[in-house]
Design a protein around this ligand. Structure first.
Ligand SMILES: Nc1nc2c(ncn2[C@@H]2O[C@H](COP(=O)(O)OP(=O)(O)OP(=O)(O)O)[C@@H](O)[C@H]2O)c(=O)[nH]1
Ligand SMILES: [Mg+2]
Length: 331
């Protein structure tokens, strides 16, 4: 079967500049900053307390800085790497005032985060099929609604697939969102095979010439082998219905789950080909430094960040803007 060519639709100013890699409009940074308030307050307050009034370096200062980074969930390994980079600058005499520590730290954090920046790309032939996976309650369904809203604003025809058939309430939750966002929706009865929903949804998308299919899946522990097999089956079925699908498998991780988020990422990555991470609930934690640890530990891009429960509270991940929002300073 010959598939229709994917055509990009009219974009909003924010989406166009993000896609082009240009600097983003003020509104993007302002809402990101608002979402990161807790982490920024904690990080900046403690670093400022540490360096203000100090005239020279001491190894104690760097030890304390390392502890602050670990408290923000940056993780021991990544924190040590950052401290070593700052230390190297001090030894080379590039940072001769304690105040410069923050600036160097910010640039080192940016260079780690920038390795994880990679916007979603669209296949030559539509639909783009995205599977959304993760453990229970991380924000998968809400993220799907936000993504659908984001791409609907671009003028795309988006179809949501209720492949979390485990609970009737899960199907209803996605159906309510689909009505609110005004996008197509495919479901079967509760308890049916999730792969059958995937099959139906992709065929429906091909028939109606949709640009994008986003598949909701039931939350599952990465340790449950049979449930991971169920996802693999969904992936195979989607690939048969549409060559190359799923084009993206996004792992949704809750930023408030701390270091557990890292083990989830590791185990999901081992079991499946995860192509992107969505880090949710960054608004609800002062430990948003976990994102630096994720970017440092994994070669998986961070596609989006969730900064609230509203439809507009999902932002495409941009390392520069994220770093600026984290430190509340212009370069
Ligand atoms: N504060 C905040 N809350 C969020 C965010 N994303 C999701 N939530 C909330 O997290 C809760 C769980 O969200 P769901 O989308 O139902 O999570 P899920 O992963 O689909 O859950 P299961 O299907 O049960 O595995 C809801 O109350 C959401 O509103 C976010 O970025 N910030
Ligand atoms: Mg859900």
């Amino acid at each position: 079967m010959k598939l229709p060519l994917f055509k990009r639709k009219e974009e909003t100013a924010e989406q166009r500049t993000i896609a082009a890699g240009d600097s983003v409009p003020a509104g993007f940074l302002a809402s990101l900053k608002k979402g990161l308030t807790k982490t920024r307050s904690m990080l900046n307050l403690r670093i400022d307390e540490l360096i203000l009034g100090r005239k020279e370096f001491s190894s104690g200062l760097l030890d304390e800085l390392e502890e602050i980074l670990i408290t923000a969930d940056i993780g021991v390994k990544t924190a040590q790497k950052l401290i070593a980079q700052v230390q190297a600058k001090i030894s080379r005499g590039e940072a001769d005032k304690p105040q410069l520590v923050k600036q160097y730290l910010r640039e080192s954090i940016y260079s780690i985060l920038s390795t994880a920046e990679k916007p979603l790309s669209f296949p030559a032939q539509k639909p783009l099929v995205i599977m959304v996976v993760g453990v229970n309650g991380t924000g998968k369904t809400t993220t799907i609604a936000k993504m659908a809203h984001y791409y609907r604003a671009l003028g795309n025809d988006v179809l949501l697939a209720a492949a979390d058939t485990f609970r009737a309430a899960a199907i209803e939750q996605l159906e309510v969102w689909s009505r609110r966002i005004d996008c197509a929706f495919v479901k079967q009865s509760p308890g049916s095979d999730p792969s059958a929903v995937v099959h139906d949804a992709i065929n429906a998308a091909l028939k109606r010439n949709s640009d994008m299919v986003i598949i909701d899946t039931a939350g599952r522990m990465h340790t449950r082998a049979n449930l991971m097999e169920e996802i693999k089956k969904m992936r195979r079925v989607s690939g048969r219905a549409c060559p190359g699908a799923p084009h993206e498998t996004l792992l949704v991780i809750d930023a408030t789950s701390g270091m557990n988020a890292l083990s989830q990422a590791r185990l999901f990555q081992e079991a499946l080909e995860v192509t992107g991470i969505v880090l949710t609930k960054l608004d609800g934690t002062s430990k948003g430094g976990i994102i630096v640890s994720i970017a440092d530990d994994f070669s998986i891009p961070i596609s989006f960040v969730g900064i609230g429960e509203g439809l507009d509270d999902l932002k495409a991940f941009r390392a520069r803007e994220f770093t600026d929002a984290l430190f509340n300073e212009a370069r």
